[in-house]
Design a protein. Structure first.
Length: 549
């Protein structure tokens, strides 16, 4: 294997260009040949770099900790039982961890806006980047999370849901239309609230289980023995228990959704390589540890056959934690949980707008979306892309009508399968990056940041993400269980991605990129042109930043 060729000084100079391209020149940009990479990095340099490591950590954290943990865990517990639910969270958590390693290594090597979309076309095929980008936009412009705000507010108010959709819709738009730093600080605050809530739930649940509540005896592992460790679904016996567990796995996948947001705002982050790497390590440890601890405590304090957890209401009243707290005589907790769930819905709504707008920006850099999406305001915000993403916010009003909300619910379920498609593409990106490094004589030691064993973790993540996607709608194949809406929402992403891929292939005839043809030189040149200082050692009061940074 030949050794890597030395960097061309002209490439280094081009990679270091930071000249701002004025808006009048956007339409006339040269997108062909070697200049294409230079133009793309110039676009990245036009964005604000106001986000720091603590912002990236919390944005990813709030994208993961949402209604899936606080509310929907009741369905998971009733479906799989305590041990089945715990195993499902551990299994999916390992897959997510492997996937996080993949996206982190590639994003640190190529830190760009809407990372995995651009990675797909840089390392694999332009058609795959086009497919991934428009699938992401399609799943993000449907404001299902904002419509959930009205449901959460119904716990406190009988006002028409349209009132709350209007109020919080305006709030979400205001957060996103001026400066990315506003968004980062708000999400940092919401993330701190969620961490406090999760820690509080763990401690309170542990006190209840150990008999620390006056008038109640110690529960221990009583509910693991009666009604039992596993619940049966669709049939009885061991097969029913396995089907219950696998159905729970499908639900847990979406509870972990959002980890891929770690590379979404790389172009708007100060020192993105070190920020992404630090955030990736700390976010996953926090998410996995807190998820498993919270789920474990939950399985101890509520029976899986409790009638109150089988029919969630969408508000704090249906949370298994609230049910356990009420029975323990703790009355104020439901309001606290509902308040934090409200911030979860608002965070997710914010993230949808950010995701859609930055993906539009990334696609526009490659002429896969109109060039006017490249325009930024004086604060480095891609304001036209943000405006278009906000334009779809009024779709939330569909949930006000009972008949329309049923149809809207189909679209809401459709977007969730896109998470698995993201994980599949992220794994493929890393596999193809590794192939390109080997083909061109580089080693993993040449990458700016790495995790041990990620080349194997990529295949592990790819296998299980593909398995989860293909089996996500398995209940529809059980006799008497077929529901068209469920089948459609589980598998629509597959034909959609195939059609988008073939459209770009036939229209643009984009070639599959051979490993030896992947442009690695410009990426290594960019690393040399933009060195990042290491983080200072944590001493004194700065040790406390481990809680949030």
């Amino acid at each position: 294997m030949s050794s890597p060729e030395p960097f061309d000084s002209s490439i280094q100079k081009k990679a270091a260009v930071t000249e701002v391209i004025v808006e009048s020149d956007i339409e006339s940009l040269n997108y062909s040949g070697s200049e294409e990479k230079v133009d793309y990095f110039q676009h990245e340099n036009r964005l604000s770099s106001a986000l720091k490591s603590r912002h990236i950590s919390m944005i990813t954290l709030v994208g993961v900790f949402g209604t899936g943990l606080f509310l929907s865990s009741s369905v998971s517990l009733s479906t799989a039982g305590p041990v089945g639910m715990l195993l499902a969270y551990i299994m999916v958590g390992l897959v997510v961890g492997a996937n996080q390693m993949c996206i982190t290594e590639v994003a640190c090597f190529m830190p760009v806006t809407s990372g995995y979309v651009k990675h797909a076309e840089h390392f694999v095929d332009e058609a795959l980047g086009f497919t991934m980008g428009w699938c992401d936009i399609y799943s993000s412009i449907i404001p299902n999370e904002l419509s959930a705000v009205a449901v959460v507010m119904s716990y406190w108010s009988d006002l028409n849901p349209a009132v709350w959709i209007t109020i919080f819709g305006i709030l979400v738009v205001l957060v996103n239309i001026y400066n990315i730093k506003w968004y980062g600080e708000i999400e940092f605050f919401f993330g701190c609230l969620k961490i406090l809530l999760v820690v509080g739930l763990i401690l309170t649940g542990l006190i209840i289980d150990l008999g620390g509540v006056p008038g109640q005896d110690r529960i221990g592992f009583r509910y693991w023995r009666d009604p039992g460790p596993f619940a049966s679904k669709y049939t009885t016996g061991s097969l029913g228990e396995f089907l219950g567990f696998w159905k729970c796995v499908s639900s847990v996948v979406y509870a972990y959704g959002g980890t891929q947001a770690i590379s979404l705002l790389a172009g708007e982050t100060e020192y993105p390589r070190r920020a992404i790497f630090r955030a990736a390590k700390r976010v996953f440890y926090r998410v996995f540890t807190m998820y498993i601890a919270t789920v474990f405590i939950l399985t101890l304090i509520v029976k899986y056959n409790d009638p109150d957890i089988a029919s969630p209401t969408g508000t704090a009243a249906g949370s298994p934690f609230v049910i356990a707290m009420k029975r323990a005589g703790i009355k104020v907790l439901p309001h606290i949980i509902n308040g934090v769930v409200l911030t979860s819905a608002l965070s997710a709504a914010n993230l949808q707008i950010v995701k859609a707008s930055r993906t539009l920006f990334a696609l526009a850099t490659k002429k896969q979306a109109p060039a006017f999406f490249l325009r930024v305001n004086r604060n480095g915000l891609p304001w036209i892309a943000v405006a278009v993403a906000c334009f779809f916010v009024p779709l939330c009003y569909m949930s006000v009508s009972a008949s329309s909300s049923t149809v809207f619910g189909w679209f809401q379920n459709i977007t969730s399968s896109n998470i698995l498609f993201n994980w599949i593409v992220i794994s493929i990106n890393h596999i193809y990056m590794t192939r390109a490094l080997k083909a061109q004589g580089y080693s993993r030691k040449d990458l700016p940041y790495t995790f041990p064993g990620t080349e194997y973790a990529a295949w592990f993540s790819l296998f299980f993400a593909l398995l989860f996607l293909l089996t996500g709608g398995f209940p529809n194949f059980i006799h008497g269980e077929f529901v068209f809406a469920n089948f459609f929402s589980a598998y629509f992403i597959i034909p959609l991605s195939i059609v988008l891929f073939l459209i770009w292939k036939f229209v643009k005839r984009s070639p599959y990129i051979k490993p030896e043809d992947v442009d690695l030189k410009s990426l290594f040149a960019d690393i040399e042109a933009k060195p990042e200082p290491p983080y200072p050692k944590l001493t004194g009061w700065r040790v406390l930043t481990l809680l949030w940074a």
